[in-house]
Ligand binder design. Structure first.
Ligand SMILES: Cc1cc2nc3c(=O)[nH]c(=O)nc-3n(C[C@H](O)[C@H](O)[C@H](O)COP(=O)(O)O)c2cc1C
Length: 213
């Protein structure tokens, strides 16, 4: 079992990464492998709505900034943790741009849907405020992608402006450890269900109605 995590911060070893490290450590203690994928320090653009992914099955711009590499890795992952710093009271734009393009390109042009039915969690870090809004930003992707959301015993957030400050956020790191245990438990439940013959739910052909009169 493997969990793919996304560090959506420009800081490779910053606060968000420190939170993800704590989840990773706990997953390992519970027999689950993990990998942290970093969005990088350059600005990540959002979706240009070019619809090239309809034909390509991947993002037309995604070779340059890791979007397509992440999509390929996601195919082999059993669960996900998406982490972002708070920027201006919501999830940082690089993470949102990256996720817009990853989720929009997912499952197109005959490619498999790499997210549906896989558990996912959102994590955020802030110096002071905007964290619950950032969590909601990230969780929106899960709720329209048939992804069960993994929660912890309190808010999935750490506070600080550096990894050293996060180290002192005992409650934040405690929350991350519980998140790791909960993710490992749910992954084992999914695996046990599959082994017992529980199939995926029936997928009814979709309706596509725009609010245009
Ligand atoms: C552009 C920008 C905007 C920010 N806005 C906020 C904010 O609205 N609220 C807050 O508490 N911290 C804000 N911060 C601080 C970061 O969220 C905080 O230091 C975070 O823990 C950094 O995580 P990282 O090391 O993973 O990047 C902002 C930082 C930047 C660079």
């Amino acid at each position: 079992m493997k969990v793919l995590m996304l560090n959506g911060s420009p800081h490779q070893a910053g606060c968000t990464n420190r939170a993800l490290e704590e989840v990773a450590k706990t997953l390992a203690e519970n027999g689950v492998e993990s990998e942290v994928f970093w969005v990088g320090a350059r600005p990540v653009g959002g979706c240009t709505a070019c619809h090239a992914c309809d034909k390509l099955g991947r993002c037309a711009f995604g070779e340059k900034d890791g979007v397509n590499e992440f999509l390929a890795k996601a195919a082999d992952a059993d669960g996900f943790v998406f982490g972002a710093p708070v920027h201006y009271g919501r999830a940082g734009a690089s993470l949102l741009g990256f996720m817009d393009r990853v989720f929009y390109a997912n499952g197109r042009a005959g490619q498999p849907n790499v997210f549906a039915y896989k558990p996912a969690a959102a994590v955020t870090s802030a110096r002071r405020a905007g964290t619950t809004s950032a969590l909601a930003d990230i969780e929106k992707y899960f709720t329209i992608s048939q992804m069960p959301i993994v929660s912890s015993r309190y808010w999935n957030m750490v506070h600080g402006q550096s990894a050293e400050q996060v180290e002192r956020d005992e409650e934040g790191l405690w929350t991350m450890r519980q998140l790791g245990r909960n993710m490992a438990w749910l992954l084992r439940c999914v695996e046990a269900g599959r082994a017992a013959g529980v199939g995926l739910p029936e997928a009814e052909p979709g309706a596509w109605t725009n609010f245009v009169r």
